[in-house]
Structure formats: C-alpha cells, structure tokens
Design a protein around this ligand. Structure first.
Ligand SMILES: *Cc1c(COP(=O)(O)O)cnc(C)c1O
Length: 477
C-alpha cells in the first residue's frame, strides 16, 4: 500500500496554521514555551521513541517504569512526599487525589455525602471530581479585593463529613497562595486529608528566586500534591505528577481486579492503555535541564512577571488583584478610578486580542456568601514572554477602551426569550446560540465581552448547557 504522506502532512500543516501560536509568548495561557527549540526537539524525539509502547504495563515495557521512577525521584526531591504517580495531566492528578482521599475517608468510617472543602478559587477540576465521585464541593468565599482566603474560614468548615481539603499553590484565577501551613495543621489535628494543588506552581515555585512560605509536602499535614509537567515542566500535553505523603496513601489510589476472565488489572491512574510519549518527553527535559536549568528559566520568568505586574499596576483604570505569587496574575477594573477613567477587563482583553495578544477572560462570580468576585483578565507568564512588547500592547489596549462601560448583560439577554425552558435539547440550545451570534461557522466573535457578560448574567445551569452545545458543535459537520 502506498500513501501520500507529504500531502497528508501538508493538510495538517494547513490546519495548524489557523491555530493560536504555541510559541513566542503571544498566548498568555494554555501554552508554556521554554524558548529553547533544542529542548522541544529533544522532547519530540523522546516521545517518538515511545510511540508504540503501552504505558499500561510497566512490567512488559520496562522502560516505562524506569522513566517514571526517574521523574518521580526528581519530583520528590523538589516537592517532598514518599511516593507518587505520573498521570495524564492536572485534571487526572486532581481526580485521583480526590478519589484516594474519599476512599480513605470512607475506609475510616466516613458516611453519607462527603465534602470537599476548598476556597472558591480552587480549580474547577475539584468540582468535576465532586460530581464524578458523588461528593459535595463546599466552596469557601475569598476576599474579592485580593482573591485570598482566611485560614480560619476554611478551618471552620472542618468536620467528620469532610473527605478532603484542597488548597492551591497558587490558585489559577488570581495567583493567590493559600494559607497552606495553617490549614494543613488543622487538617492533621482532625485526621482530614489535605491536598495542595500545585498543578501550575509545582514545577516553577521550587526554583522561584523570591522567598515563599512553605507550601509543599514538607509542610506537616499535607497529604498529597499535584504538579503538572505539561505546564512549567515544558513538556508536551499529557503529563503531570501526583505525590502522596506516605506510600500507604499512594497505594489507596490504585484500582486492581482479578474478578474478570481477562488479564489481572492493576491501574494507578484513571486510564488503562496509555501513551508513554509525554512521560518520555518530560523525562528527557528533566535530564536536559536539571535543577539549574529549571532555576534559570524561573529567574527569567520571575523578572518578567515582576516587570509586567508593576507596569500593569501603573495603568490608569486597572488594578492587579491582590499580591500574586509565581508566574501568573489577574487584573481587574480599578474601582477607585472615576467611571470615565476605568478600564473594563473584558474590553481590554478584546482590544489586546485585536493586536495579537491573547489574554484569558475570567467572568465575575457571585460566591456562596453573596459576595461578588469581579471579572478579571488572567495572564500566565512564561520564559519567552516579552515584557516590553506586551506592556506596550497592554497600555495601548487600555487607552483604546478606557471609559467604555462594561457590557450591559440586560442588553445581551434581550436577545434571548424571557422564559428559558428547564431542559434544552440540542436543537433548542443551537437556536439560542444562534440568537446571540454564536455557534455558527465563523467560530468565536472578535469581541468576547458580550459573551462574558452573558456567562455572568445567566444562571449557571443555562449557560453551562449553552457552552456544551457550543463546544459539541465545533466537532460536528
Ligand atoms: C492547570 C491546572 C489544573 C488542571 O490541569 P489540566 O492539566 O488542565 O487538566 C488544576 N489546577 C490548577 C491550579 C491548574 O493550574
């Protein structure tokens, strides 16, 4: 059989050319560019060598065990813990942390619907875990000015029905470092599991040049920690680590069965058959960079983040949320400014996008106590972020939209019928999307601010259904 590989790859190249750029620092989320093409090439070569391997069985494919052993040894060196697992990403690490804690809680006599106690800012993966494992996510409100949570407010929620407490190092939405030592100590005193979600911080904070309060598995009471290699480990997507304080806790993560007529199944992760490509890429990157290489990239990223934070804080009409920790920050409207001098973060991000810089738009949120978190713009900084060029673009974008009021959600809602049905089927949801100019052929509109206003204004259940429809239609022909 012959095939035209050049033509097939040319078609792929055409598709890829329409993507947001994965290199060069123009996209301030999703992608983590080390700025070292040689490192990318090494990672790609390493992944390719594992293409045909099945990571399901490290006794048959012994290279998989060797690579995982090395990656975990390095991870434990910088993050602590007795044992761990390489997973397919942050979400899987978080899901497994919840599954493990929930199983241990039940084994210790926990009954009824267990709770996950976490600040409102904990990653959405923990709401997903609650849904999947029949737990209740109990979000503790954070301060809208700083995005931080009081340790006492989290500790107040502890009880026999708590399966797991989650704190972040730092939180994704606002880069807030949660009060890990105080919360973990209280958890330890009550025999409650405490997970540190360091998915974003885990591979850069150990090398961060500024002093930080202790936040990893060396903090007494922390029982597990997640850290994504496909973020500041600069690996291709599909690799993260989950570490546990003790080997016995890690064993509780496994699923094993001999109760079927096939091969005995022993899975540390959610997946069965799995790729070892991203694992090999991460392993090669760790070999190449070593601690010194990670530290050097962290220094660059830290300097850029500081410069960027100071410059954004100086833009009239905007404010940096709280005191961000690590290579990320969130930006909100400065309510101290006169209304005609304020900058709406969604208009600002739309203007920056028009100039070729992709910031991430985060809708406002009303917390369980009724206190509203403002809409913000999120920026994740990487070693390639060009602070000077970005600041120039951000200043120009702010100048372009200063004084433009936020989109009035009522106006956008006017495009929707007053009475929305309780359950939307695919056709009805499609009609609603079309009514607000979404879900058609053209992809997303250039201006996202109206859409974000809608996300804020509609009941979660309705907007979540519309988002499902929007995404489902992207892969339907
Ligand atoms: C990225 C991230 C996750 C989820 O990770 P994925 O790799 O996207 O599945 C969880 N928590 C935090 C803090 C993150 O930044």
């Amino acid at each position: 059989m012959t095939f035209d590989d050049a033509a097939i790859l040319a078609e792929l190249d055409t598709l890829r050319a329409a993507d947001a750029p994965t290199h060069g620092g123009r996209v301030l989320s999703y992608v983590y560019d080390s700025g070292m093409p040689q490192l990318d090439a090494l990672a790609a070569d390493a992944a390719r060598r594992m293409q045909a391997v099945n990571g399901l069985d490290p006794t048959t494919f012994t290279s998989v065990a060797a690579l995982e052993r090395d990656v975990l040894a390095f991870a434990r060196d910088i993050l602590g813990g007795e044992a761990g697992t390489v997973t397919s990403g942050g979400t899987e690490s978080c899901l497994l942390a919840v599954k493990t804690a929930s199983d241990l809680w039940r084994a210790a006599g926990g009954a009824g619907v267990g709770r996950i106690v976490a600040p409102t800012t904990a990653h959405a993966a923990f709401r997903k875990a609650a849904e999947l494992f029949d737990l209740r996510f109990d979000g503790v409100p954070v301060d809208p000015a700083t995005g931080t949570v009081e340790a006492a407010q989290l500790i107040d929620r502890l009880g026999d029905d708590v399966a797991l407490v989650v704190v972040s190092a730092p939180s994704y939405p606002f880069a807030a470092m949660d009060p890990i030592a105080d919360v973990a100590a209280a958890c330890a005193a009550s025999g409650i599991s405490c997970h540190v979600d360091a998915c974003i911080g885990g591979w850069i904070l150990p090398f961060w040049p500024q002093d930080l309060p202790a936040w990893d598995l060396r903090v007494p009471g922390v029982t597990s920690l997640s850290a994504d290699l496909h973020k500041y480990g600069y690996a291709p997507k599909g690799v993260s680590v989950l570490l546990h304080s003790t080997r016995d806790r890690q064993r509780a993560q496994y699923f094993a069965t001999t109760d079927w007529p096939g091969y005995p199944v022993v899975n540390p992760t959610l997946l069965g058959s799995k790729s070892a490509g991203a694992l090999a890429a991460a392993w090669a990157i760790i070999k190449a960079l070593g601690a010194e290489g990670f530290a050097s990239l962290a220094r660059t990223t830290s300097a850029t983040t500081q410069a960027l934070t100071a410059a954004i804080a100086g833009i009239e009409g905007l404010r940096v949320v709280g005191r961000p920790t690590g290579p990320l920050l969130a930006v909100a409207t400065d309510e101290q400014a006169a209304p005609e001098r304020r900058v709406d973060p969604h208009h600002w991000a739309d203007a920056a996008r028009a100039a070729g810089w992709m910031l991430q738009q985060q809708p406002g949120l009303t917390q369980a106590d009724g206190i509203h978190l403002p809409p913000t713009t999120h920026l994740t900084v990487t070693p390639v972020t060009d602070a000077e060029a970005l600041v120039a673009a951000l200043v120009a974008a702010a100048d372009a939209v200063r004084g433009v009021p936020p989109v009035d959600a009522a106006q956008v809602l006017g495009a929707l019928p007053a009475q929305l049905p309780e359950r939307l089927d695919a056709d009805a949801a499609g009609v609603l999307l079309a009514g607000i100019g979404l879900g058609g052929e053209g992809g997303l509109p250039a201006q996202m601010a109206p859409f974000l206003a809608l996300v804020e204004a509609l009941p979660h259940q309705v907007v979540e259904r519309l988002l499902v429809e929007l995404l489902a239609r992207t892969v339907e022909s």
